[in-house]
Design a protein around this ligand. Structure first.
Ligand SMILES: Cc1cc2nc3c(=O)[nH]c(=O)nc-3n(C[C@H](O)[C@H](O)[C@H](O)COP(=O)(O)OP(=O)(O)OC[C@H]3O[C@@H](n4cnc5c(N)ncnc54)[C@H](O)[C@@H]3O)c2cc1C
Length: 277
């Protein structure tokens, strides 16, 4: 199929883009890397009257490193992160997440902002940025707002974005030096969207820990019971399995037996990977 006809504009500033996206009486869509939106247009799943091309807005390409945080502009591509063209202050975690997204051709164009804006439950960045406790800056008709990614993600393909909103980028707190992580992804074949994404992080061997599961349910979630267990160096694998089960039952009550085993094995794999670092 071919896309239905639409108008196209390429604004030269974020403010201009926001006004265009908020055009009264029109269905509008921003286009960044186009890796998700172009297929959606071709399949006529998305039927905008007006396509607003934000892909050349320099304000969305800014990357800044401060002692306390990393700012990643929304137009940062998966490939730029994979290749280390942006500072990797997470001991390689972001490079690993980026490098496992689809194929290189998709990674060359696909952006971190587009991935989070779409909020596909199987996408990697919503889970990755949740594990890193990132916040987003969004520009819209009512000005600028900063929101934690946990509050931004509402469900499958659902976020707090409203008409005219543009994600500017992501503010990610810098981790301590002893930061370590494990990342494990289950997909039917190489390059396919994940069925399970497990990310665990910890500061040292018994410092603060995080565990996040994506690909289950409608959006990624923090596994709080599992994370607490990770802080107990003497915790056994049996206790860890019990903690994971408790999180899965409370956060994803609709999982069947196969999915439960798959996610459990995936999380355990990520924990093992983290513990050998
Ligand atoms: C074959 C294939 C396999 C893939 N596999 C994976 C995978 O394994 N894991 C994974 O995570 N992803 C995967 N993807 C998706 C890919 O990562 C896309 O790059 C990403 O989902 C969208 O980024 P984009 O820049 O291309 O956004 P676009 O396609 O341009 O836009 C996507 C949506 O986000 C909105 N948008 C874009 N930027 C902004 C912004 N700054 N502010 C507000 N709204 C915005 C658009 O309006 C649109 O609704 C795959 C894609 C393909 C085609």
């Amino acid at each position: 199929m071919k896309p239905a006809p639409f108008d196209y504009v390429r604004p030269t500033s974020v403010a201009e883009a926001s006004v265009a996206l908020g055009r009264r009486g029109a269905t509008t869509a921003a286009i960044a890397g186009g890796q998700s939106l172009l297929p959606m247009l071709a399949l006529r799943v998305a039927l905008p009257d007006l396509l607003v091309d934000i892909s050349r807005l320099d304000d969305l390409k800014i990357v800044t490193r401060t002692p306390d945080s990393l700012w990643l502009g929304a137009l940062t591509t998966h490939a730029a992160i994979e290749d280390g063209n942006v500072p990797d202050i997470f001991n390689g975690l972001m490079r690993r997440v980026a490098g496992q997204i689809s194929y290189r051709a998709v990674r060359n164009h696909g952006t971190i902002g587009g991935s989070v804006a779409l909020a596909d439950p199987s996408a990697d960045w919503p889970a990755g940025l949740l594990a890193l406790d990132a916040s987003l800056r969004v520009v819209g008709r009512n000005g600028v707002r900063v929101q934690r990614i946990d509050e931004f993600l509402q469900g499958a393909f659902e976020t707090t974005l409203t008409t005219g909103d543009i994600i500017m980028g992501f503010d990610i707190p810098a981790p301590p030096k002893a930061f370590r992580w494990g990342f494990c992804k289950v997909a039917r074949k190489s390059g396919a969207f994940a069925q399970s994404i497990a990310i665990v992080t910890q500061v040292g061997k018994d410092g603060p820990a995080t565990a996040v599961l994506g690909g289950a349910g409608t959006r990624p979630h923090v596994l709080t019971t599992t994370a607490k267990l990770l802080c107990l160096p003497a915790g056994t694998e049996e206790q860890l399995r019990a903690a994971i089960t408790s999180d899965l039952v409370s956060l994803f009550p609709d999982l069947d037996a196969y999915q439960t085993r798959m996610h459990t094995a995936n999380i355990l794999h990520a924990v093992r990977e983290m513990r050998i670092q």
